[in-house]
Design a protein around this ligand. Structure first.
Ligand code: AMP
Ligand code: MG
Length: 487
């Protein structure tokens, strides 16, 4: 296999690869496959600066660096090992089958961030896959991650997208691409499962110590730091899923290998934003049972955290029964913790200040009235409507809204409109727009993608001329819309 060249320089990036250094056994050395004719599609200059890079120097060589052809000094590419429950079934060995961790950099704020390639060729973990990714899914992940970041949701970020010049074989040949993403780390629930399933308790402990030091140092203050770690991951993930719910975001593949220890969203595959509100909404073509439907995400959060707890049991207590009791007490608390996070999000979305007993019912009744109505527009238009009648054309059930309105009027904060504008976006990546932009990009026209990225990375407040981006797709498109895992 053709080898990547070593660059004479680091482009200002300060690599310090703690995962490779501290966790031998959790990765395999792996060079990226050489791209034949790399062409830069996207470069996130602002993020490059945040990472401490010299943006001009990096941009000048970006096609080579972000295809994996040219390794910056300090990069040590590895494929990370992990396992995971996929749609409920356990796979003891998944791992980076089409991704590579280039290394970690210490950014301008002193934070440690992973830089990883996705679509850079086969690895020892590729199983039946080819290790490659196509332009469409790579740009989809780019767009979704950047939109989520702009919406204030913890997420991996996109640093670059490069077309490789080669084709990848899917249902039809597609142009190949590599995504460079940046995350607090790529530690997943599945990373813990990998070692637990192999009976490597010592590695689970090392990994837990590593995760505490890197993401949740406050866990050390707990009587048992591993219980502290579990509680910290629970808190971070509950907050995250509550944010998704507030935005109508459906991850689509909440497998345990796609759930991070840091609490960031990763692995934007068949994800999408719901338009008409229906709790059972599923877009993913492979999610036939609706396991990861919009309204199921909170239960799946608990289920996934239970899988994490199982890997940590021996660290909770040497006595197995006691360990299980400790775990169960925490698992039973998750639904309540999630509910509290969700209520906080929903109160903010409705412009409520403080907490009152009837808030849960007020929120619940609004959601009933919202069923069938565009989620994003429903919240956005509520803020400036003079009365319920003004929204009669938008809401599928205007009578329910009219009954609810005076209760909301009595409860909302004096500055509700400003509060709501700060949390309810006007612009989200709408499915039809995303599909159009990706189809154009695949055909070589990046203009619609640039335009859409610009819209969704400034999601709050109406901007003149962008009205069409705020509207849901026509019904016939929405009904047939499916997303695919095809990265
Ligand atoms: P995902 O659900 O997309 O996060 O991927 C689940 C697993 O499948 C991971 O181990 C991936 O590395 C692997 N995988 C997905 N697509 C490919 C591919 N084209 N080549 C090799 N491995 C893949
Ligand atoms: Mg994944």
């Amino acid at each position: 296999m053709a080898q990547a060249e070593q660059a004479a320089g680091s482009f200002g990036l300060r690599f310090d690869n703690s995962y490779v250094r501290d966790l031998p056994g959790a990765w395999l050395e792996q060079a990226p496959r050489r791209a034949v004719a790399p062409k830069l599609l996207m470069f996130n200059r602002e993020l490059a600066e945040e990472l401490g890079a010299e943006p001009e120097a990096l941009e000048a060589r970006a096609a080579e660096v972000f295809s994996g052809n040219l390794l910056p000094d300090g990069a040590e590419p590895v494929a990370q090992a992990y396992a995971g429950h996929q749609f409920g079934g356990f796979s003891p060995q998944l791992g980076d089958g089409r991704a590579l961790l280039l290394g970690e950099v210490i950014d301008r704020k002193g934070e440690r961030r992973d830089i990883a390639l996705k679509g850079s060729g086969p690895t020892a973990f590729s199983r039946g896959g080819d290790g490659f990714a196509a332009v469409g899914p790579v740009l989809r992940e780019y767009l979704m991650g950047e939109a989520m970041a702009a919406l204030g949701v913890p997420t991996s970020r996109a640093l670059a997208a490069v077309a490789t010049g080669a084709q990848v074989l899917r249902e039809r040949p597609l142009p190949g691409a590599v995504l460079t993403r940046v995350a607090a780390s790529h530690l997943r629930i599945g990373t813990f499962q990998f070692f637990a399933a192999r009976g490597q308790g010592d590695m689970v402990k090392r990994l837990a110590d590593y995760a505490i030091a890197r993401h949740h140092p406050q866990a050390l203050n707990a009587g048992n730091p591993y219980l502290g770690l579990f509680e910290a991951v629970t808190a971070a993930q509950a907050r995250l899923v509550a944010r998704w719910m507030g935005l109508g975001f459906i991850h689509g593949v909440m497998n345990t290998d796609n759930m991070t220890i840091s609490g960031e969203t990763i692995d934007y595959g068949p994800c999408a934003f719901m338009e008409a509100y229906a709790p059972g909404t599923v877009f993913s073509s492979i999610d036939r049972q609706g396991r990861y439907a919009y309204g199921n995400q909170p239960q799946i959060l608990s289920w996934n955290l239970a899988r994490l707890a199982e890997t940590l049991l021996p660290l909770f207590d040497a006595d197995e029964d006691r360990a299980v009791d400790l775990a169960n007490a925490r698992l039973e608390a998750i639904a309540g913790q999630f509910r509290a996070e969700w209520l906080a999000v929903m109160r903010a979305k409705l412009g409520l200040a403080g907490e009152e007993d009837g808030d849960g019912a007020l929120i619940g009744d609004f959601l009933k009235a919202l069923e069938g109505t565009d989620w994003t527009l429903g919240f956005h238009r509520l803020a400036d409507a003079p009365d319920a009648a003004a929204l009669a054309g938008l809401f599928a059930d205007p009578d329910a809204l009219a009954v609810w309105w005076p209760r909301w009027q009595a409860r909302r904060a004096p500055d509700f409109a400003a509060r709501m504008a700060a949390i309810n976006p006007v612009y989200i990546p709408r499915n039809l727009r995303v599909e159009e932009a990706l189809a154009a990009a695949e055909a070589g026209d990046m203009a619609p993608f640039h335009a859409l990225l610009d819209v969704v990375t400034q999601p709050f407040g109406e901007r003149p001329g962008l009205e069409a981006y705020a509207l849901p797709a026509p019904q016939d498109f929405a009904q047939g819309f499916r997303t695919f895992c095809g990265t």
